[in-house]
Design a binder for this molecule. Structure first.
Ligand code: XMP
Length: 326
């Protein structure tokens, strides 16, 4: 008898049984899976949970606030926010190659998260408490893909703050292991999470870092954030969110083209719109968006975003194109 309420109640009972009186930590990514997993554990064991949000500066406009304010307000979780924007920008300086960017972002993310986890473990230890669990938003398809195993996570601490253990060992808590994505969204809704998080379309872990073709800089990120926010706003206003799997907005930072605006010639960057429809992201087709919506997005982006003088539409299916540009 599958009802969302049953699923929530059963999983809360299971989490209480697993975690007992120990402490748990959970990394929030801004996405729906980690948010719903954290919200369930919070319901089950309350203040025994501490969440960590690494702000790498590669999120879209408003997304960090959604986690830091709206998610916290909706759930009451204890949240440790790490502002790592400078660190990520420094690490990415001078790097244009996509796989290199991914590696750097992944590596920095793990280091910053481990550092935060070590601090939480140390603080708990000072109060005689033990952090034994790491919460993860693993879904059923991930479980199947990885052969069904469950277990522990071993976190090596790279930055040895005095007195911390060399290795942090955690047992995994995976409350979404039996759920599909749409069920996770229903659970999130049942738990009262904000729509912006529950209905969020897929967004890659490396964030806007792989949507800037060229080097990632603060200026370019700010510019892309503005263009992306306009595209999202207009797609939502046109009621198209449910028709589109996701719509990457890409800045071709290493390309310039000539334009004319106001009383003069411009030499600016193109923005690419990549709206796709898909079932599972393995294959995709480009979305046939209404011309009026495309026109509105184009006019607004070229008017409102400095340095952008051209908007182009990606009409490539996957394969041969990937959904992301990098
Ligand atoms: P591609 O570009 O390979 O993307 O067609 C397929 C889906 O995966 C997402 N994507 C990523 N997600 N880390 C992620 O967490 C990544 O490095 C990454 N690269 C692509 C992409 O947004 C699409 O939904």
């Amino acid at each position: 008898n599958w009802t969302t309420r049953n699923v929530v109640e059963e999983s809360i009972a299971a989490i209480r049984e697993q975690v007992g009186t120990k402490r748990a930590i959970c990394g929030l990514s801004g996405g729906v899976d980690s948010a719903v997993a954290a919200a369930l554990v919070q319901k089950a064991v309350g203040s025994q949970l501490t969440c960590v949000y690494v702000d790498h500066g590669l999120m879209r406009k408003g997304e960090s606030e959604q986690v830091e304010k709206d998610f916290v307000a909706a759930t009451g979780v204890q949240l440790k926010v790490v502002d790592a924007q400078e660190r990520f920008l420094d690490a990415l300086a001078g790097v244009s190659e996509p796989e290199q960017k991914r590696k750097i972002i992944g590596r920095e993310f793990i280091r910053v998260f481990e550092q935060a986890a070590s601090e939480i473990v140390a603080e708990a230890g000072a109060h005689g408490e033990q952090v034994e669990f790491l919460v993860q938003g693993t879904l059923y398809p991930d479980v199947v893909e990885s052969g069904g195993g469950t277990g522990t996570a071993n976190i090596k601490s790279h930055h040895n703050v005095g007195g911390l253990p060399e290795d942090l060992q955690f047992q995994l808590v995976e409350p979404l292991r039996r759920l599909f994505k749409d069920e996770v969204r229903m659970v999130g809704q049942e738990l009262g999470l904000p729509d912006e998080i529950v209905q969020r379309q897929p967004f890659p872990g490396p964030g806007l870092g792989i949507r800037i073709v060229g080097e990632v800089t603060k200026e370019r990120l700010d510019l892309l954030r503005e263009a992306d926010a306009i595209a999202r706003e207009e797609l939502t206003a046109a009621g198209l969110d449910r028709d589109i799997w996701q719509c990457p907005v890409v800045l071709l930072a290493d390309v310039r083209s000539v334009g004319v605006q106001g009383d003069g010639r411009t030499y600016g960057h193109p923005i690419v719109l990549r709206p796709v429809s898909s079932e599972d992201a393995m294959t995709a087709d480009w979305s046939r968006l209404p011309y009026e919506v495309l026109a509105k997005i184009s006019t607004r982006i070229t008017n409102e975003v400095d340095e952008v003088n051209r908007v182009v539409l990606d009409v490539t299916s996957k394969p041969p194109g990937t959904i992301e540009w990098e």
